[in-house]
Structure formats: structure tokens, C-alpha cells
Write a protein that binds this ligand. Sequence first.
Ligand code: 4AZ
Length: 421
Amino acid sequence: MAVIQMDRGVRRLEPWKIAVIVVSVIVGLALIIGLITFLLCHDQDRYYDASFLITNVDYNPQYERQTTDEFRNLSEDIETMISEVFRGSFLSKRYLRSHVVSLNPDPLGVLASVVLVFKFPSADSEAATWGQVNRVLLRRLKAISTNLNIDQSTITLTELNKEKGDNLLNNCCGIRRQTSSFTGVERITGGQHAREAEWPWQASIQLDGTHRCGASIISNTWLVTAAHCFRGVRDPRRWTASFGILLRPPKQKKFVRRIIVHERYGDLVVDHEYDVAVVELATPIEFTSDVHSVCLPEASHVFPDNSSCFVTGWGALENDGNSVNQLRQAEVRIISTEICNRRQVYGGAITAGMLCAGYLEGQVDACQGDSGGPLVHANSRGIWYLVGIVSWGDECGKPNKPGVYTRVTYYRNWIHSKTGI
Ligand code: 4AZ
């Protein structure tokens, strides 16, 4: 009897069943451990709005616009001060960046509103991390030496949800999500693949659904591009604009309401003067981290010769080549008009409304299909400005024949007169 029972018992615990049980237990444990580690170690961006009164600065109406020198200078001082507050604290590894979003008038000075971005483990409670940030802000703003007088009693810190934080930042021009630098060596006319959100202001202007030119987003309804893109076809009903780094599929697509080409751009003249146009969209773009505007420089701003800039586009990889589906980027340097007008370069063809960028040795350049697209430069706050609009050149990447761009500062007032921006 006992022997028979034992036999039955052995049959119930066949080896494959034991194996299944053991494997299930191991997989279950691994999943639980993985989930716990993920929750404990996974970092999450957290956003705060810090506002405070600066009492030793008088309000200036120029603070209304983010692109004025006055706004830039005061914002830079504030952001440097905030960085010092957190970089010198136990939150230094958690602090990512700060960005002044508005400077408002107050009878006692200037009321600043700053978005702060931190990286905290998702397991940390929101109340606890808010407390840490608030304590460091209050304590260290008092302790550090800065040329700004902050009224301590006015400091308020509000946690923003991701959507609100992203929204505030995406509505500021020229900001892009932090990305580590690309180390690939793949070449266009000397450039590289762009990644999502790296050049969120880049648009593609399409004729009957086919990419024709690049453009830059300057507000949720206006793009700026080159006049020559519309040579022959100015009917807005045939044009659309797409956004996102891929032409197919795009992140967003919009119909065009109106195309305003510079009135002095002559369709029959091939001298490249006045190569600027603005495009009004039929419906506003929904701003996201991947799609939003670039800053326009003030008319008086001077970008020094040799400044490092980036040109981006879906244009050809070589002269007379085809457009590509994924956006590409290339680093180029501003070349002085004096050098660019030398006999062996463009021999005097570069006028005050143009600027050259690239390398006299060639290789790295914009090309056909990049026209209308942005040439941008990041200032010391890491904010991107539109320096030029891809306009013309003698083929692509040839020695002594750098890319020629429409000089945005020269047409800044014209852009304002047409768009109000
Ligand atoms: C074009 O034909 C074009 N190398 C654009 C840029 C350059 C040359 C040609 C600059 O659209």
C-alpha cells in the first residue's frame, strides 16, 4: 500500500512540473525585483515655478519681450544665480536647469518667474522633494553673494505637473530639450542625422505634398522661409507645412493660409536679393517639446564672424542629389562679408542683406532642398536664435564657395511689419 502511494506521489511531481514551478518562481521574483528597482532608481523630471521680487532693478518695458538684450541680460543673471544656489547644494546632482519665463512690473522692482527642472527618483514623494528644493532655495538665496537683491518674503515655489512645465518651456522661443552630443560620423554635405526635438523649429514647406524647402517656426501661426521657394507658385492652396524630423510620417501637418513674399523680391531677377518670405498657417501649431519656435534676433544684434552655427534641412547630400526623409544638421561658421566678397570667393556678390557661413575648404554646407531653412546660433544661455535663411551658393560644399544666407537681422523689421512678431 505504502509503496503504491509513493509511486502515485512521484508521478504527481514529474520533473517537468518541478522545472515549470522553479522557472515560474524565478521569473516572478525577477519581475518583482525589477519592478522595485525600476521604481526606486528610475528618475523623473520634476518642474517648479519659482517667483520672487528683485528690488534693485527698475522695471523696463523691454522686459516684455524675451528677445531683447535687456530681458536676456537680466535673465542670464537670474539663471546664473539659481544655478549657483543649487549647484553648491546637496541637490546639485538633481538640478538640471532653470529658465526665466517672465519678468513683470512691480511697484518695488521686477517680479521674476523662473521654471526650475530637477531629476528625482520617481519613488521620492512630491511633498518631500518640493520641501528639499524650497529649503535650499530659501537658505542659499540668502547665503550666496549676487548683485541682485531678492526680497526673501516674496519667494514662492510651486510644483508644476509635467504638462504645465513643458507648456511653459515650449512657449518660450529657442529652447530645446537637453540632448547629449552626437558622436556619429555619418556625412551629408559634411553633416549628421538630427534627432527628435533637437531642432524643433524646423519645418518643411511642401508643394502638392512634396518637400520643396525648409522653414523656421517663429510663432504658432507664422513661419519664415526664403522667397525663392515660391518662384512660380504662390497659390497658398497648393502649399502645406509639416513638422518633426521625418518628412514621412510627420509629427504635425498644416495648411497654408497666406504667403507673403518680400515685395522687392523679383521673380525674374536672379540676384538673390530680398530672399525672404513669411507664411501664415491656416490653424495654429500645437507646441510640444518636438515642435516649437526659434527666437528672432533684434535688428541691432551682431553675430560675430567665426561664430559657430548649425544649418539643418532635408536637402540633398550632394549637388543635384535628392532630398532625404530624416532631417540632417551641419555645424558651420560665419564667414565675414569681406572674406566672402573676395575675388576667388563670391567676388562682390554678397550684399548687406546676406551672410556667408561654412568653410573656405568646402565639404560642409547646405544644398538644394535646404533652401528657406534655418541657420541658428545658441547664445550663452543656451537659447537658439535664427541667424540666417538658406538662400543660395555655387553648388554645395565646393572650396571657396560657402553657403549664402539671408541675413535675418537685416530683415527683422520687415518680418515684424508683416507678422507682428
Ligand atoms: C539651392 O539651390 C541651394 N550651398 C541652396 C543652398 C546652397 C546652394 C544651392 C548652398 O537651393
